[in-house]
Design a protein around this ligand. Structure first.
Ligand SMILES: [Zn+2]
Length: 398
């Protein structure tokens, strides 16, 4: 694919002028990615029915790191990464992990990694997998450091394994350590960020992140997810936080089939007004691209344009409230032919590329917008959005 329109000529440094201009924009957008993420070993198929089908050819686990590798490759080919500043990831230490996790669990992960195994319920890792998981947590911390110090204006931590299901004392749902929960606490302790907004648009509920801040008035957690998908019973509308954190957990469960128009309405009617009233010092996005129309683990219908729009909307809120400080942390996203395009579209929205640079393509072209849910809000989605407005309107002016 051509990264740059044909009429662009090369500048003095051998780069097309549009790219050269983007590279010198200060501060740049950060990218934290490490090839070592590709060594995260999630094993073979999620459902192994070997007894009934002993000869079926095994397939890769859906949470294979190959997908983030493909996203990075796509970002390279589209000329996005050259516009970003690479920041190094590092392995988070015990004290950093203990910002959320129990010391016992941290030690247990190290023991399990000696042979490989499950760090809890459905959180597979290979031999030495604790170091890759520490690297993922350290990458999101590095993104926070880059943004809070002003070295970069925003940053994308393209990590594996993901983190938003991990509990303080147990891995869960492909997640070993709670990367975003740890990074949010780090932003508060190391950089004095008083109030953090976490927007989790992964199609599953970010139960681990919710747990971490359920009674905490300094962190506003907003989760948009498919209702009662995973974990079952988690992320219901009436889970609004407790004690001094009441009202600061905002769950927005949506029916399967909700697409671009429904998500746009969720942002306009709920996410944006709530985020603006909260006035965060930092915005962290738990960016799972598994609400995409092709995802095998959910039944939503977002296309690449929705991911661009959601990113742009949160960048706009951050520009109004906290100098544009946004950290994007990769969570789920399991459609091999589609999720990497969604991730690349998010990165492209962050760098706000020069118009001369050809955007990352929508794999299905205009057909992607022919979905009914790209043109209108379904009645069941409308009902769910208004139900959420009614509940959260007790705490926010909506
Ligand atoms: Zn997910």
């Amino acid at each position: 694919m051509a990264a740059v329109a044909g009429e662009a000529s090369e500048g003095e440094a051998g780069l097309p002028p549009a790219v050269a201009a983007a590279l010198t924009a200060e501060p740049p957008v950060g990218l934290i990615y490490d090839d070592r993420f590709l060594s995260h070993n999630s094993g073979l198929a999620l459902i192994e029915d070997r007894d009934n089908y002993p000869f079926a050819e095994p397939i890769a686990h859906v949470s294979s790191p190959v997908l983030v590798g493909r996203a990075k490759q796509l970002m390279d080919l589209a000329g996005i990464t050259v516009q970003m500043r690479r920041l190094p990831a590092y392995e988070a230490g015990d004290d950093e992990l203990a910002l959320y996790h129990t010391r016992d669990y941290i030690q247990r992960v190290g023991e399990i990694a000696k042979t490989g195994g499950d760090a809890g319920t459905g959180a597979p890792m290979g031999q030495g997998g604790d170091r890759v998981a520490r690297l993922a947590a350290g990458a999101v911390i590095a993104a926070v450091d880059g943004v809070m110090s002003g070295e970069v204006r925003s940053a994308y931590a393209l990590v594996r394994p993901p983190g938003h299901h991990a509990l303080a004392g147990r891995g869960m749902g492909f997640c070993i350590f709670g990367n975003v929960a740890i990074a949010a606490r780090h932003a508060q302790r190391a950089h004095g960020a008083a109030k953090i907004l976490i927007v989790d648009w992964d199609v599953h509920h970010g139960n681990g992140t919710q747990d971490a801040f359920y009674a905490d008035p300094t962190v506003l957690f907003i989760s948009i997810h498919q209702e009662d998908l995973f974990p079952v019973g988690s992320g219901a509308l009436d889970q609004v936080g407790e004690g001094s954190g009441e009202g600061l957990t905002v769950n927005i469960p949506l029916p399967g089939g909700t697409g671009n128009k429904g998500y746009l309405a969720v942002f306009e009617r709920l996410v944006l007004p709530i985020a603006r009233s909260f006035v965060p010092d930092l915005v962290i996005i738990s960016a799972g691209q598994d609400a995409s129309v092709l995802d095998p683990l959910a039944r939503m219908a977002l296309t690449t344009s929705a991911y661009r729009t959601m990113t742009a909307m949160l960048l706009s809120v951050a520009a109004e409230t906290c100098g544009g400080r946004v950290v994007v942390a990769q969570e789920g996203g399991y459609a091999p032919a589609y999720a990497p395009y969604c991730s690349a579209a998010i990165a492209e929205s962050l760098v706000e590329p020069h118009p001369a640079i050809t955007p990352v393509p929508e794999p299905y072209g205009l057909r992607a917008e022919s979905l009914p849910s790209s043109r209108t809000i379904g009645l069941d989605a409308e009902r769910a959005i208004e139900a959420a407005r009614s509940v959260h309107g007790r705490f926010w002016r909506l």
